[in-house]
Ligand binder design. Structure first.
Ligand SMILES: NC(=O)c1ccc[n+]([C@@H]2O[C@H](COP(=O)([O-])OP(=O)(O)OC[C@H]3O[C@@H](n4cnc5c(N)ncnc54)[C@H](OP(=O)(O)O)[C@@H]3O)[C@@H](O)[C@H]2O)c1
Length: 333
């Protein structure tokens, strides 16, 4: 089989780790372009961002230009929000290139962003393109894993999921995303924007409940600050003084046929003890799966994006979600 031509679009910490992993898959993939809006990256060889010792020959450009025509698949990592990413995704559709994206709201927009989902699905079908939003979460831990696990249950009455993550060493954009270093007032102001905290929780809940044949009527969630009780040191943000925010606790609930059917709990803060991912399906039988220490977000995100490339290439056109496709799998070295 000829190599798939890949365009890296968005080269923040996540896009860069995706590109770095894609560069190792020399027999299957060829990176033909790297695009990022940050003027500081323009003209650099991709290796200067990925840390590869030898030049890749791929120069970072500010826009994709004619690179779409050469690419089979775009690896997209620019934004968590569909309001921002939809024009980018539309441009990919119009040029006929398949997409694997880290965009959290794209992971399952059929409940939270129905209009956007319909527009993207229509554009993808019209142009013979497959669009997929995936990642560790959403895309794996709190949705695909729960759906897969439910396959051994005769019935499920409630989905309970917990993700506890120590934010101390996570990338800077992640540390900012969970509010590290903010005052309580700033944190609350951010929560009120509705665009803060872990993006994708309602998407995970809606996907799982749809998969289990119990679509949600309502999802609610609340986000509260975790406050430093003494100075806390973080790898990228630096020290956080006592009284400042070190992260967040987020709870989400999904309701179907008038009762709560999904209860999700996330803790993401510097110094969180006993990190873990846990899915419990209450049902017949009740079954619980735990990943001790949790799924390491950044490398695992790069892996699932790269491992999903064959899935979008083999899929029929349209907006797909991880519940529609064969699970991504890795390669054995
Ligand atoms: N689903 C999951 O499990 C999962 C896991 C990890 C990350 N994510 C998401 O993946 C995204 C990327 O993560 P990150 O930490 O690398 O974020 P980031 O630091 O914000 O990086 C995004 C990069 O994309 C660039 N960009 C933005 N708009 C662009 C455009 N229109 N054209 C070209 N480049 C553009 C940005 O440039 P500027 O800085 O100049 O704007 C920046 O360099 C985030 O939204 C993150 O939440 C999802």
């Amino acid at each position: 089989m000829s190599k798939l031509k890949v365009l890296s679009f968005g080269l923040g910490p996540i896009g860069t780790s995706i590109a770095k992993l894609a560069l190792t898959r020399k027999e299957q993939l060829e990176i033909i372009g790297a695009v990022d809006a940050n003027p500081a990256f323009e003209g650099k060889d991709l290796s200067e961002l990925t840390g590869n010792a030898s030049p890749t020959g791929v120069k970072v450009t500010k826009s994709a230009g004619d690179l779409y025509d050469k690419a089979d698949v775009v690896l997209h990592a620019t934004s968590s929000f569909l309001s921002v990413a939809e024009p980018q995704l539309m441009a990919f559709c119009e040029t006929g290139v398949d997409v694997v994206s880290t965009n959290e709201e794209l992971a399952y927009p059929w409940f939270t962003h129905k209009d956007s989902a319909s527009r993207l699905d229509e554009a993808a079908r019209k142009n013979g393109v497959t669009l997929l939003g995936t990642g560790v979460n959403p895309g794996f831990v709190l949705d695909a894993l729960a759906i897969t696990l439910s396959g051994v249950c005769a019935s499920v009455s409630e989905v309970r999921a917990t993700r506890i993550l120590d934010a101390t060493k996570r990338r800077l954009p992640f540390q900012k995303k969970v509010g590290i270093g903010l005052s309580t007032k700033e944190f609350e102001e951010n929560v009120r924007t509705g665009k803060f905290g872990h993006i994708g929780l309602p998407e995970s809940i809606a996907m799982v409940c749809d998969s289990l044949g119990s679509p949600v009527e309502k999802i609610d969630q609340d986000i509260s600050a975790k406050i430093a009780e003494s100075t806390v040191k973080t790898e990228h943000f630096g020290s956080v003084d006592k009284g400042k925010v070190i992260g967040l606790v987020q709870d989400g609930r999904g309701y179907s046929k008038g009762r709560m059917v999904a209860r999700y709990h996330i803790e993401m803060y510097a110094g969180a003890e006993s990190p873990k991912d846990e899915i419990e399906l209450v049902g017949n039988p009740t079954i619980k799966l735990q990943i001790p220490s949790g799924t390491p977000g950044d490398i695992a995100t790069a892996a699932i994006i790269v491992n999903s490339i064959p899935r979008v290439v083999e899929a029929t056109p349209g907006l797909k979600t991880v519940k529609d496709l064969r699970p991504a799998s890795s390669i054995m070295l």
